[in-house]
Design a protein around this ligand. Structure first.
Ligand code: PLP
Length: 405
């Protein structure tokens, strides 16, 4: 039989969070080697489980979830999402503006497929969450990366954004709180992005899946609360805050200038109907998740696991000679810098592989986040303190003797 090739549409699509280093980790696991998997933000694998109430509501509604539902999702869930955003200062929404998806990932693909013609540009942060870059490319668009500046707390560099807007630019993606840097953006930065978007008719894609995972005194400001003048597409879901990534439930909400975006919205509606509907049982988790007591609040305050783990990782990384790290204000990650001259590092995939083979810890190299230099990696701080300290011990030992040849 003739060889079967992947389509050329995938030529520019690279998705390294599950790439060659992960393949090696899988091979080692198959051999029975125990590896600490820090490559994905997968809370339940570290005993950060869903609240009982969420599981109960899904079970309770299982029998009535057999049929396809409305392509945008079940009504009570969409209503609960509207009310959630009302409490965050986003008014003038109706259930019609809400789309529920099989995780927010599915909706990222809708956003790009419905918007981008061949060659259209989408501004995406660098470092990125690579799904956005991959989805823009797959849709035929051109991902253009704007700099998030480590020297300024990893905030987006507004001058760099401005310099990259041209007649082909259709939209800008803002990930806040950020994966992989853990940055939470202040109002001035968000308003600066809104101004550029409004002046240039850009759609704003606000990926806010970590909006409830904020440490210290920081406040999350939803992008959609800042403008009515351009279209804002807010993405969110229950994978992180409610610890059910395997159930695949997320949503997007359209706000702001929907009149100007009527044709684009029609495109989104076509895509939503083509996949009939999202997983119905999991949609029953939404209403209970968005109202009342929020267990995530206990995890992110002092004494809570995520708060304490964030502190451990920040302290331990900065104690390792040749590694430095900006303190994450939100999310589940940090993106430390390596002094590459000190360790002679020229290839960060090799670095991640060497660390994996020697110390049995799986991290993702910075270039997996479309960072151009081999001088960063991402740490997921989900393991409980004992395991996290063990991971940091291993990293410290490894860096103590590592020189890349
Ligand atoms: N957006 C960001 C920034 C993420 O970090 C993730 C997952 O890690 C997603 C979107 C996708 O989440 P899900 O498809 O589980 O809703």
């Amino acid at each position: 039989m003739k060889t079967i090739k992947k389509s050329q549409k995938l030529d520019n699509v690279c998705y390294d969070i599950r790439g060659p280093v992960v393949e090696e980790a899988n091979r080692m696991t198959a051999e029975g080697i125990d590896i600490i998997m820090l490559n994905t933000g997968n809370p339940p694998t570290f005993q950060l489980n869903a609240p009982d109430e969420v599981i109960r509501d899904i079970r309770y509604n299982l029998r009535t979830s057999e049929a396809y539902c409305h392509s945008k999702g079940i009504f009570p869930a969409r209503k609960a999402i509207v009310q959630y955003y009302q409490t965050r200062g986003i008014m003038h929404l109706s259930e019609e503006d809400v789309y529920i998806g099989n995780g927010s990932s599915e909706l990222v693909s809708f956003c790009c497929q419905a918007l981008l013609d061949d060659g259209d540009e989408l501004l995406i942060p660098m470092p990125d969450y690579p799904l956005w870059t991959a989805s823009a490319s797959l849709a035929g668009g051109k991902p253009v990366h704007y700099l998030c500046d480590e020297a300024s707390n990893w905030y987006p560099d507004l001058d760099d954004i401005r310099s990259k807007v041209n007649a082909n630019t259709k939209g800008i993606v803002v990930i806040n709180p950020n994966n992989p840097t853990g940055a939470v953006y202040p109002r001035e930065i968000l308003e600066g992005i809104v101004k550029i978007a409004v002046e240039n008719d850009l759609v704003i894609f606000a990926d806010e899946i970590y909006d409830q995972i904020i440490y210290d005194e920081m406040a999350h400001i939803p992008m959609a609360s800042l403008t009515e003048d351009t279209l804002v597409v807010t993405l969110n879901g229950l994978s992180k805050s409610h610890r059910i990534p395997g159930f695949r439930v997320g949503w997007m909400v359209l706000s702001g200038n929907r009149e100007a975006a009527r044709d684009y919205i029609e495109g989104i509606n076509i895509l939503a109907t083509m996949r009939l509907c999202a997983n119905v049982p999991a949609q029953h988790a939404i209403q209970t998740s968005l109202g009342g007591y929020q267990s995530i609040d206990d995890l992110v305050r002092p004494g809570g696991r995520l708060y304490e783990q964030r502190n451990i990782v920040y302290k331990r990384l900065n104690e390792i000679p040749g590694i430095s790290c900006v303190k994450p204000d939100g999310a589940l990650y940090c993106f430390p810098k390596i002094d590459t001259a000190r360790f002679n590092i020229t290839d960060d995939v090799r670095f991640a592989l060497d660390f994996l083979k020697r110390e049995r810890v799986l991290i993702v190299q910075g270039t997996g986040f479309n960072w151009t230099e081999p001088d960063h990696f991402r740490v997921v701080f989900l393991p409980a303190p004992i395991e996290l300290n063990e991971t940091m011990d291993r990293l410290q030992r490894f860096m103590g003797s590592y020189i890349q040849d």
